[in-house]
Design a protein. Structure first.
Length: 194
């Protein structure tokens, strides 16, 4: 089974220089993705699945995805500072981490993901995650789409609505993207344990 988390970001750029001070200062809201990377690294060994983090860079000057496989190299991450340093390195030198930038529209990215995965859009209006029968299939590939600091744009939602996707909720509260990842991973872990 493979597990993918897709997070669109309208602020992160592949071409800008980044350092730890700029990230802590809120530049491009890289801190959001840094926390997501840290949480996925922590779940990597526990879930025993192939995990990928996809960051869709939707800034008006670039439309591309950064595909980051969560590997053993990330097992060393102990803190948000560690993961921020690693994320800065991945953005600058993706091949060192088996990551890759791919120029692609959001619609085409979703079409490609839809061919291989069940797509779950995390939204408060969806069916609760523990009621989703599709998630209980152990040999399936899942892709969870969630917002970073903003919801999907109108164009992105339109591309999603043209697919066979599953609206999924984790409850009425609003959570940080990194917390959403933890809730989803914990749910999948508990399914495998039962």
């Amino acid at each position: 089974m493979s597990l993918t988390f897709l997070i669109p970001s309208s602020t992160i750029r592949s071409s800008t220089r980044k350092n730890i001070k700029s990230v802590i200062g809120g530049q491009e809201r890289l801190d959001v993705i840094s926390r997501c990377l840290l949480n996925l690294a922590r779940w990597n060994n526990r879930l025993g699945k192939e995990i990928r983090l996809l960051i869709y860079l939707s800034h008006n000057l670039e439309q591309k995805v950064l595909e980051i496989p969560i590997t053993e190299k990330m097992n060393t991450l102990q803190s948000e500072i560690d993961s921020t340093h690693m994320l800065i390195e991945i953005l600058a030198n993706p091949l060192e981490y088996n990551a890759d930038y791919i120029d692609i529209s959001f619609k085409n990215l979703l079409d490609n993901l839809n061919k291989k995965s069940s797509i779950f859009y995390l939204t408060p209006n969806g069916l609760l995650i523990d009621k989703q029968k599709e998630i209980s299939k152990e040999d399936s590939a899942f892709c969870f789409i969630l917002g970073s600091q903003h919801d999907l744009s109108d164009e992105q939602e339109e591309a999603l609505f043209n697919l066979n996707y599953i609206p999924t909720s984790i409850g009425e509260k609003n959570y940080l993207a990194s917390h959403v990842i933890t809730i989803v991973c914990n749910h999948l872990y508990n399914l495998n344990e039962s």
